[in-house]
Ligand binder design. Structure first.
Ligand code: SF4
Ligand code: SF4
Ligand code: SF4
Length: 578
C-alpha cells in the first residue's frame, strides 16, 4: 500500500493505483478526464494519457511538477494538488491546444451538446484561442452504411481503438501516422467500407467528440412523413423503451413504452408497431428450426442470428462457420417482410408506397436494412433505421417532450407482444425466449417457471444446462465480440459441447447498443436498463411467444405453420463468406 495526500487529505491505496484512481476514493475531489475511459468491468485497460486534461500538481522529494493523473502511479509520500490556479491554467492550456486543431463547427456538429471536449471547454472557461497554426484537413468518410468518420475532430484519445481491438477484437481501427499527421484510422487510411468493421457502433459510443458518429436518416424520415403518397409505419425495438427516457432526464430503465407510442403518433407516423411482435415471430421460427436440428442431431450448435453486428463478424472472421447460425432473419427484418406483404395487403397499399421505419438501439441495423437480400422486387423490407439517440433528436426537433406524454398502445395487427419478446433487448434474452417455447413444444407440458435465470446478467460468457423432458440441453450466451470469438474458436477446434449459443455483438446486448444514449462505459446504467427490461417481462400477461394471439392469427391467415414454405421465403435468409 502507499499513502498519498490529495488536497490535504491522506489516503492509503494499492501501490499500482494511479493518482486518478486514488482521487476517486475521496469525496469532493474532481479531476477532469477526456481520453480516459474506465473499462474495468470488461477486464480491459485504457491508460493512454494522451490528452493531458487530467493534469495535477505532484510534489515528491521536495520537487513539484505537473503530471497527468490518469497514468501516473502513486508513490508513498506523494502530495497531490488538484485545484490550484496553476493546475486549472495548465488544463486550460491543454484544452486550447486541442482546440487549436479542431474545426469550429459545433453548432452543426452531430455531437453538439453531447461532446466531451465542448463540455470541458465550457467548464474551464475557454473563451478564446491563444494558439493558431496548421489545421488538419481530411475528407469525411461516409462510405460505411452506419458509421461516419470525421478525422478533423479526432483528438487521438484512442478510445475507439481500444474498444474495437480489445473488447470487440475486430481490429478495424489503429493509430496511423506520426506527429501532427497521427490519427486513429483503418490501416493504410482506407475508408471504413473497405475494412472488416462490423458496424457495431461501440466506437461511436465512446468517442468523446464528433469524430465518430452514426450515419443519420432523420431527414429522409421527415421527408417520408411529409409525402402525401406514402403511408409511413414505425417499429420500435425492445431495448429502446428502457433507454430513451435518459434523453429526457429520466432514470435509466424507466419503461417509456406507452409514452414512446404517443410521441411517435404525434410526430405523424400512420401506424406505430412493435418489433417485439416480430421478436415473438422470430421465436416461432427459431424454436422450430432448433428442434428440427435437435431431432436430426445435425448442424449443432445452433447460433442465434438476430444481431447484424455479430453476423458481420462471423462472415468476416469465421467464414467456415457461416452455415451454423439459425437461418432466421432478425426481428427487424421479419417485421419489414411482414409489413410489406401481410399488412400492406390488409390496408390495400402497394408495398412501394409503404415506408417502414425502424427505431433501433443499434448502428449495425442500418447496414442490415440495406443488405441486398432484404428486398423483394426492388422494394426494401425496411426503408430507414433511426437509433434511439436519433429518434430523441427528432422528438426535440418537433418540440415533443415524451417524458410528459400520456401513454398510448401500439397499433395492431403488428403491435401485440409477450414478455419473451422484450427480453431480446438484453444479453441472454433470445436464448431464454426460445427455451420457453421449445420446452412447451417438446414436453407438451406447461412451463411453470419461465425465468431461466442462469442465462441472465451482464457477464460476457454465461453457460447453463437445461433439462427438457430428460434431455440435457447445454446453452452458452455471450455478448461482446471478443467473447464471441472465444466460443467460435471452441466450435472450430471441436471442443464445443453446447447445443444452443446466443451471441450479441454489444457488451450486455442491445441495451448497450451503438445507438443508445451515451453512458461512457457506466455499467450501473446498463444494470438499470436490464432491470427495466425484466420488469416489463414480468408485467406482461403472456410471457411465451407461441401464446401471442396475433402471431397465431398471422400463421392462420397468412403463413401457414412455422417453418412453412411461405415462412421460409419471407422470414429466413443465408449468410455469406466475406
Ligand atoms: S463499428 Fe465496431 S467494428 Fe467498426 S470500427 Fe467501430 S468498434 Fe470497430
Ligand atoms: S476517433 Fe474519437 S475515439 Fe477515436 S481517437 Fe479520435 S477522438 Fe478518440
Ligand atoms: S447487440 Fe444489439 S445493438 Fe449491438 S450490434 Fe447486435 S443487434 Fe445491434
Amino acid at each position: 500500500m502507499a499513502k498519498i495526500t490529495i488536497n490535504d487529505t491522506t489516503v492509503e491505496v494499492f501501490k499500482d493505483a494511479t493518482i486518478l484512481e486514488a482521487a476517486k476514493e475521496l469525496d469532493g475531489v474532481y479531476i477532469p478526464t477526456l481520453c480516459h475511459m474506465n473499462l474495468e468491468s470488461f477486464n480491459v485497460e485504457h491508460h493512454v494519457g494522451s490528452c493531458r486534461v487530467c493534469m495535477v500538481d505532484v510534489e515528491m522529494g521536495g520537487r513539484s511538477k505537473m503530471m497527468p493523473a490518469c497514468c501516473t502511479p502513486v508513490q508513498d509520500g506523494m502530495v497531490v494538488k488538484t485545484n490550484t490556479p496553476e493546475v486549472i491554467q495548465a488544463r486550460r492550456i491543454v484544452l486550447e491546444l486541442l482546440l487549436s486543431d479542431h474545426p469550429f463547427d459545433c453548432l452543426t456538429c452531430p455531437k453538439n451538446l453531447d461532446c466531451e471536449l465542448q463540455a470541458l471547454a465550457r467548464e474551464f472557461g475557454v473563451d478564446h484561442l491563444s494558439y493558431k497554426g496548421e489545421m488538419s484537413k481530411y475528407p469525411v468518410d461516409t462510405t460505411s452504411m452506419a458509421i461516419k468518420r470525421d478525422l478533423d475532430k479526432c483528438i487521438m484519445c484512442r478510445r475507439c481503438e481500444t474498444v474495437c481491438n480489445e473488447i470487440q477484437t475486430v481490429g478495424a481501427l489503429s493509430g496511423y501516422g506520426r506527429g501532427f499527421k497521427a490519427v486513429v484510422a483503418p490501416a493504410e487510411m482506407k475508408n471504413l467500407d473497405k475494412t472488416n468493421c462490423v458496424m457495431c457502433g461501440q466506437c461511436v459510443n465512446v468517442c468523446p467528440t464528433g469524430a465518430l458518429t452514426g450515419i443519420s436518416f432523420n431527414k429522409k424520415v421527415w421527408a417520408a412523413l411529409s409525402d402525401p403518397n406514402k403511408k409511413v409505419v414505425v417499429q420500435v425495438a425492445p431495448a429502446v423503451r428502457v433507454a430513451i427516457g435518459e434523453e429526457f432526464g429520466l432514470e435509466p430503465g424507466t419503461d417509456m413504452t406507452g409514452r414512446l407510442v404517443s410521441g411517435l403518433k404525434k410526430i405523424g407516423f400512420d401506424a406505430v408497431f412493435d418489433t417485439n411482435f416480430s421478436a415473438d415471430l422470430t421465436i416461432m421460427e427459431e424454436a422450430t428450426e432448433m428442434l428440427e436440428r435437435f431431432k436430426k442431431n445435425e448442424n449443432l450448435p445452433i447460433l442465434t442470428s438476430c444481431c447484424p453486428g455479430w453476423v458481420n463478424f462471423l462472415e468476416f472472421q469465421f467464414p467456415d462457420l457461416v452455415n451454423i447460425p439459425s437461418t432466421c432473419k432478425s426481428p427487424q427484418q421479419m417485421f419489414g417482410a411482414i409489413a410489406k406483404t401481410y399488412y400492406a395487403d390488409k390496408i390495400g397499399v402497394k408495398p412501394e408506397n409503404l415506408v417502414v421505419v425502424s427505431v433501433m438501439p443499434c448502428q449495425a441495423k442500418k447496414y442490415e436494412a440495406g443488405r441486398p437480400e432484404f428486398a423483394h422486387d426492388g422494394v426494401r423490407d425496411v426503408d430507414y433505421v433511426l437509433t434511439t439517440r436519433e429518434l430523441a433528436r427528432m422528438f426535440n426537433e418537433a418540440g415533443i417532450d415524451i417524458s410528459k406524454m400520456q401513454e398510448d398502445n401500439f397499433d395492431n395487427p403488428l403491435g401485440e407482444s409477450t414478455g419473451a419478446a422484450v427480453i431480446f433487448g438484453v444479453t441472454g434474452g433470445v436464448c431464454e425466449a426460445a427455451l420457453r417455447t421449445a420446452y412447451e413444444w417438446v414436453t407438451n407440458k406447461e412451463l411453470k417457471d419461465v425465468n431461466f435465470t442462469a442465462v441472465r446478467g451482464l457477464d460476457g460468457i454465461k453457460e447453463a444446462s437445461i433439462d427438457i423432458d430428460g434431455t440435457e440441453v447445454k446453452v452458452a450466451v455471450s455478448s461482446g465480440l471478443g467473447n464471441a470469438r472465444k466460443l467460435l474458436e471452441k466450435i472450430q477446434s471441436g471442443e464445443c459441447q453446447y447445443h444452443v449459443i446466443e451471441i450479441m455483438a454489444c457488451p450486455g446486448g442491445c441495451i448497450n447498443g451503438g445507438g443508445q444514449p451515451f453512458i461512457h462505459a457506466e455499467t450501473d446504467i446498463l444494470e438499470q436498463r436490464m432491470k427495466g427490461i425484466y420488469a416489463i417481462d414480468i408485467g406482461k400477461e403472456i410471457r411465451k411467444s407461441h401464446e401471442n394471439p396475433y402471431i397465431q392469427k398471422l400463421y392462420k391467415e397468412f403463413l401457414g405453420k412455422p417453418g412453412s414454405e411461405k415462412a421460409h421465403h419471407l422470414l429466413h435468409t443465408e449468410y455469406y463468406k466475406k
